[in-house]
Design a protein around this ligand. Structure first.
Ligand code: NAD
Ligand code: ISE
Length: 334
């Protein structure tokens, strides 16, 4: 049976996910949308076509909606995920699960009380072919044990709602999750280093470097630059005992013109991670329809939020901040 999905939040990623759910993926249709911007909701719904519900809560309660996709701003995720859990409906929640540890703990408590997994968090890098190949290379054993990882997360610019804390809670949170998944270890401490500011950064402390230490002693540096102008550039190189492995260039083509040769740089995350989003949401649809496991969990969302909180504390204090997690509930055993 076709999965009938309702989407809350029809901004940039909401619209992109509606397009793939409607036109790219199989076994799923978008039947309802909701957004605090009612005019935007009507315009997007007309193009699907789908029904418009006045609030996210109404959409979740609607009997014609089997599962929910949350694409509103991070601070609003908690209330919609909790409402979906209360209604017993599967929910795909864009990252971050919620921007604070407290909010993630409340979601964790609600899902563990329900006794079954209903939530998947949108950490799409786990589905990117490049990151999957990098992880396989690191775990394959031919280049020894991992020691270090160098990452860069560069955005051409940022949306209007973006604030200083977003550099960690919204942007670097992808590397925080990726590192946990890449090495299969929790992160034990965070430090933030701030170089001179870019003149393109507005009021942001842009760029910054987030240093993560895993429980097993791997050190990861993440350059976060969010007004780099030239495009969207995601880099990663793992240094192991006997060799290194790094992400390849995302472009399959090299262009030569006017005396220069180069690779086209993606404009933003929609282009760079298009394949990852497709695989992520198809696997989610298949899992909800009963064919396969769910992906990144509330535990992953919680752990990422605790590390992000440590990163924010490190940014404020200039100190190295240890990370402390609660015991992992059995529901989220590996
Ligand atoms: P956006 O501002 O373009 O869109 C957000 C939409 O949510 C807007 O239309 C806004 O009106 C609506 N909204 C806000 N509060 C609402 C509420 N209480 N109820 C219903 N609708 C509400 O933002 P975006 O870039 O699409 O980001 C949305 C979310 O997706 C964020 O959590 C962001 O971190 C995440 N995101 C993830 C990725 C990724 O790579 N996985 C990429 C971009 C954004
Ligand atoms: C955005 O919300 C995303 O999730 C993108 O993947 C990230 O690159 C960007 O910095 C965020 O603002």
């Amino acid at each position: 049976m076709t999965l009938r999905v309702g989407v809350i939040g029809v901004g940039m990623i909401g619209r992109d996910h509606i397009r793939r759910l409607s036109a790219v993926l199989s076994g799923v249709e978008v039947v309802a949308v909701s957004d605090v911007d009612a005019e935007r909701a009507r315009t997007v719904a007309a193009g699907v076509p789908a029904r418009v519900l006045a609030t996210g809560e109404e959409l979740i309660a609607d009997p014609g909606v089997d599962a929910v996709v949350v694409c509103s701003w991070g601070e609003t995720h908690e209330r919609y995920v909790l409402a979906a859990l209360a209604a017993g409906k599967p929910v795909f929640c864009e990252k971050p699960l919620a921007p604070t540890e407290g909010a993630c703990r409340r979601i964790l408590a609600a899902e563990t009380a329900a006794g079954r997994r209903l939530v998947q968090v949108g950490f799409m890098r786990r589905y990117d072919p490049g990151y999957r190949a990098l992880r396989a290379a690191v775990r394959g054993g031919s280049i020894g044990e991992p020691l270090l990882m160098h990452c860069a997360h560069r955005n051409a610019g940022v949306p209007a709602w973006y604030v200083g804390e977003s550099m960690i809670t919204d942007t670097a949170v992808h590397e925080i999750d990726m590192v946990r998944w890449m090495f299969g270890e929790e992160i034990a401490a965070a430090t933030v280093l701030v170089p001179r500011r870019s003149r393109n950064g507005g009021g942001l402390r842009d760029p910054l470097v987030l240093l993560l230490e895993t429980a097993g002693g791997i050190l990861v540096d993440v350059e976060v630059s969010v007004n780099i102008r030239y495009g969207y550039d995601i880099r990663g190189e793992v240094v192991c005992e006997d060799g290194t492995a790094s992400l390849g260039e995302p472009s399959p083509v090299r262009v030569r013109r006017a005396g220069l040769a180069g690779d086209p740089v993606p404009a933003d995350w929609r282009e760079r991670f298009a394949r990852a989003y497709d695989v992520e949401l198809q696997e989610w649809v298949d899992a909800v329809r009963g064919d396969g496991p769910l992906g990144p969990s509330v535990w992953d969302g919680y752990a990422a939020a605790v590390v992000a909180d440590a990163g924010l504390a490190a940014l404020r204090s200039g100190n190295r901040v240890p990370v402390s997690l609660i015991d992992r509930p059995a529901l989220y055993a590996d």
